[in-house]
Design a protein around this ligand. Sequence first.
Ligand SMILES: C[S@@+](CC[C@H](N)C(=O)[O-])C[C@H]1O[C@@H](n2cnc3c(N)ncnc32)[C@H](O)[C@@H]1O
Length: 637
Amino acid sequence: MNNNGLHRKKDSARIVWDSKPRRAPNPKDIEFQTAEVVIPNLETAGQLPMSFRDKLLGEEELDKQKMNRLIWGDNLLAMQALLNQGYEGKINLIYIDPPFDSKADYSHKIKLGETEFTKEPSVIERLAYKDTWAGGTDSYLDMLYPRLQLMKRLLSDSGSIYVHIGGHVNAYVRLLLDEVFGTDNLINEITWFYKNKLQSKLSQFFPKDTESVFVFAKKYGNHQFHHQYIKLDEPRKQNKIKWDPVHKKTVTVKDEAGNVVYYQSDQKLIGQMWEIPRVNSMAKEDTGYDTQKPHELLERIIKAGSSEGDLVADFFCGSGTTLALAEKLNRRWIGCELGKVGIQVARARLVEQKSKPFLVENIGNYQREMIYLGGARIYEMQKIILKLYGAEPMANRKDLGVRKTEDGMLELVYCGYPDRAVAAHKVEDLATEAQTLDGAGYKRLVILAWDYEYNYDELLQTRLRPGYGGRARKSSDIKTEIISRQIPLDIYEYLKQAKSEEDIERLSDKVKFLEKPYLKLQKPEVKGSSVTIGIEKYVLYDFPLGSGKKADEDREALLHLVKDNFAILIDYWAVDWDYDGLTFKSQWQDLRGLGRKTKVVTTKKEHAYEKSGKHTIAVRVVDIFGNDATATMEVKL
Ligand SMILES: C[S@@+](CC[C@H](N)C(=O)[O-])C[C@H]1O[C@@H](n2cnc3c(N)ncnc32)[C@H](O)[C@@H]1O
């Protein structure tokens, strides 16, 4: 009680900023879509956890909850989805290294032979960066605060979180953590110190050579913690200590005569100051990802805060250092990353180290979620997308519009539905309709889609062959030219900005509907029980290299390189030798590689089958810019 007879609160100090969110986010019913089950090592493929859902489908299904997961998308949605799927209190250790360098940008360097290209950041990445920093520290805290609240819910009662922060927001983040986790739950503030700092005598400050890692427990005292040691070059004399239960503190052990008791030790307990070199471009572990953290740092954190079999998560996983180390140390893991480059690097790392099978997932209904979050309906959004492409939507059809090209030709434009792959048969129908629509018909049909069905190119080619479909089609063999384009995945960000006709006009120059890459497989060669498959062609019509003189030069140089060998464009390709039509299980992969160790992928692969009969082979190609293309084929042995 104070002098006025009022109760005074204790520990009420809080960090406050104008836009501080009032309510914590809730779990959300969002599904994850499996893009790929990656099986880097066939010897561990038998460990794929299956659950038998005979009532529903009568077939075996992957038990995803038991698998390691690499999730592509915004971690806010990913965590809301995980909470909804029963992950509350299930994660033993979280490490995060959120972006904190306001000068960092998301463009990535790609090295092909002697030439280096800069891939322009996607709008998702640019906006994540812009949203995070638009309002300076305020918007950074707006971003981090709700995410920390979700992480707390995901942590187990004995769990702990390691938050890696450098630069100028340290103090704010520490206060935020105090608020979310409680000051009583602070375990440590670790200082990571590296001797191999960037040196510049021109700067007006001491060169940066430290970063902080704040460590909080969900419930201090209940938390899992294992001391870590450094090996000493020579054994050293150390004084013995013990716990004094009466005074509740550690004390030095003394003999009966009162002398301090010593012992020889060849290791030293690690304290709060960790000296570990930064990853430099010459290091063996370097992946070429700008903000990659050292193995040693993550190894220490994972060993200190978890045990074998525990679940470790990193929701800003970047190049996947945490996941790679968790895998190596026999922990289970979940990683989430917004940028495609990060996902590609993380997958490559995990494949190279022959990890156990893991999932690469997308946040399902992502597009829909984003559109609804922006307060729009699907048909309204289709109209805006048509307009952004420069087409005038038709009055009586929600998904069709007409665009007048520069040379005065009229093209029919179709806008697909979010989260629904456009199928070849749909395009065939549209093309047939286009021949006669509006009297004169249209000479060109443009498809704008988020995604295309597996094998789209091949299926469409078959369907467009003269005479396909029997007599009914013969009379109307399709002459309309078809161009299949991709709706940029970040379209919702443009939709948010497109409030008026003027906005749409202004934005229509910026939104790029790149042509879908084209993948063609060779005819498989069958010899006995063995099949050889190959990629015949991979064509990328547009390179996302931005604009300006340098970008134009890069584009020229790249076209030149590609002319001799299309395989230089391929970052990763994988094969499912027995595709079930539902989930792509990659049982073999080839990679361009990481950091300085890149090579051109092979384009052929032989496989020996154990069972004869019919097999469906699926191939998935991911190029250096993050585009995906898939194709399937049948073989009979
Ligand atoms: C500093 S880097 C992490 C580097 C990582 N520790 C490593 O060793 O590679 C931060 C990462 O967070 C990602 N990121 C930023 N906002 C995100 C969000 N909302 N959801 C998921 N990832 C995000 C960025 O794309 C970036 O790769």
